[in-house]
Ligand binder design. Structure first.
Ligand code: ADP
Ligand code: MG
Ligand code: MG
Length: 481
């Protein structure tokens, strides 16, 4: 298949400058009025929103590859669950990393504390998002970028503010609406949280959402809270930061998590994945208190660790995935979406990987155990980093990954507070797709395991990575061909 995908309409868009400007303003207003907003990075205020960056047109994604990613999501959900319950595997993946990476060590300590004390709640909820780039280097196929097991976001924004339907309608492209796939990600994720609440089975219990002290991505978060209220108006949702939890919440003698006088049934983390969310002992103690409680955690600490890049890398080593996925056909389908992943431990294999990266850094991405975008290294920075820790154990904090080469498409990236002229606004972009999955378990028993929707983010080719709320990525919606 050709590396260049045909755009959904011919470009540049056939509108005069004035009509183009009118369209952009109208679509910006439509988007923000339907919840496509975020807090401003430069002028943070609790009272105002700016429009989320978005692509004027939907990016194109081959239908067969989209469906491939959709089809394997339940198997990936189950894989994550099995990995999270395998102590020996988690330890073998992370033992060297926790020697040198303080954040992962703190997470692991929390996990060890729970193992020693005994886990209080056998049920757990995963709201997962497996991310993909379409690789066009050898053949055209989806390759997994990573699996997110905590705070998987953008289900709300991308499924609730379907800007491209409005754009198509404005452009008189009603006959093309069918190429925009239905996306019920928000309903799917919210329903899973509600199912966990039902499983807890206490009428007066609440759902607790843990957020950052300053939430930029407020609309996406609120969408979940409001969708829960829409589906089940009688369920109370409480929102707190880890800092607030340390001051306001407590554990009862029977390990119920109590906040605002209510017992918590489900804790849904939208924060806690970055060292920046822990200002000191208070936040770590709050996390431990939650972990110790009877609340169903989304995710629990094991799921959080199962989402580390180190685990992803270990699963790609020969035979490892197959240990967890007994059905050989399923294992083969999953393996097809893996790309080359390499450990950098201070041993012979690590030395080989380091040499490979030093020889051609542009073929790789160097990744630490971090989430949220903006942490990876590319090109010359890979070389500098590896040279600086060539003979040190610090190498084990990182993994090396083959760089995936997605097809370049043209689109109009619309950002807040920017003027666009029709000709200069058309730019070269690449897209990353995420597939959402939900899994609800009771010990080894899997009660719910589903694929529930998708999201797409698009960035300039000149930008190695971004994040919609970091202002570099634009919310996009997948179109299949
Ligand atoms: P995070 O958990 O911080 O989101 P990711 O593994 O998703 O970490 O990396 C962040 C971004 O870096 C991705 O969204 C993608 O744009 C880019 N990236 C990551 N891995 C690769 C890869 N193997 N090839 C090309 N780009 C990548
Ligand atoms: Mg991630
Ligand atoms: Mg990512």
């Amino acid at each position: 298949m050709a590396a260049n995908l045909n755009p959904c309409i011919s470009l540049p868009i056939s509108l005069g400058e004035n009509d183009f400007q009118d369209l952009i303003q109208k679509v910006k207003d439509w988007t923000i009025m339907h919840g496509g907003g975020m807090r401003s990075k430069t002028q943070f205020s609790d009272d105002s929103l700016t429009v989320v960056p978005f692509t004027l047109l939907p990016s194109v994604f081959p239908r067969s590859e989209f469906q491939k990613a959709v089809a394997i999501q339940p198997a990936l959900n189950e894989l994550t669950h099995r990995v999270s319950n395998d102590h020996e595997f988690l330890f073998s993946c992370l033992e060297k990393t926790i020697e040198v990476d303080e954040f992962t060590r703190n997470l692991f300590k929390l996990y060890e504390t729970m193992r020693n004390e005994g886990f209080t709640q056998p049920r757990c909820l995963g709201l997962l998002r497996s991310d993909y780039l379409l690789d066009v280097c050898n053949s055209t196929s989806v390759k997994q970028v990573e699996m997110n097991t905590i705070a998987s976001s953008f289900a709300g924004l991308t499924s609730s503010a379907p800007t491209h339907r409005f754009v198509f309608q404005q452009l008189g492209l009603l006959n093309k609406l069918s190429v925009l796939p239905v996306n019920n990600a928000l309903q799917g994720l919210s329903s899973a949280i509600i199912k966990a609440w039902e499983l807890f089975n206490e009428k007066d219990s609440v759902i607790l959402v843990i957020i950052e002290n300053q939430s930029m991505n407020i609309c996406d978060q609120r969408f979940h809270q409001f969708e829960i209220a829409r589906q089940r108006p009688e369920i109370k949702v409480i929102v707190k930061t880890l800092t607030q939890m340390s001051n306001e919440a407590k554990l009862s003698d029977s390990k119920s998590l109590l906040v605002q006088g209510k017992k918590v049934a489900v804790v849904y983390y939208r924060a806690g994945y970055s060292p920046d969310h822990y200002f000191g002992e208070a936040e770590w103690s709050a996390r431990l208190m939650i972990e110790r409680s009877t609340a169903i955690k989304c995710p629990n600490i094991q799921y959080h660790l199962a989402g580390t890049k180190k685990v992803q890398q270990a699963l790609a080593t020969p035979g490892t995935l197959e240990r967890f996925v007994k059905d050989p056909k399923k294992a083969a389908e999953i393996r097809k979406v893996f790309t080359g992943l390499y450990a950098l431990d201070l041993d012979e294999n690590g030395d080989k990987a380091v040499q490979m990266a030093l020889d051609s850094p542009d073929r790789f991405v160097l990744k630490p155990q971090r989430e949220g975008g903006g942490n990876n290294l590319y090109g010359e920075d890979i070389r500098k980093k590896l040279i600086s820790c060539m003979k040190s154990k610090e190498r084990s904090a990182w993994i090396l990954m083959d760089k995936i080469n997605p097809p370049v498409q043209k689109n109009y990236l619309i950002r807040p507070n920017q003027d666009f002229k029709k000709n200069s606004a058309l730019c070269e972009v690449v897209s990353e797709m995420g597939i959402f999955g939900t899994i609800l378990c009771d010990g080894d028993e899997i009660l719910i395991n589903k694929q529930v929707g998708h999201m797409m983010r698009t960035k300039l080719t000149s930008c190695n990575e971004g994040g919609v709320h970091a202002g570099d990525d634009a919310a996009d919606i997948v179109v299949t061909e």
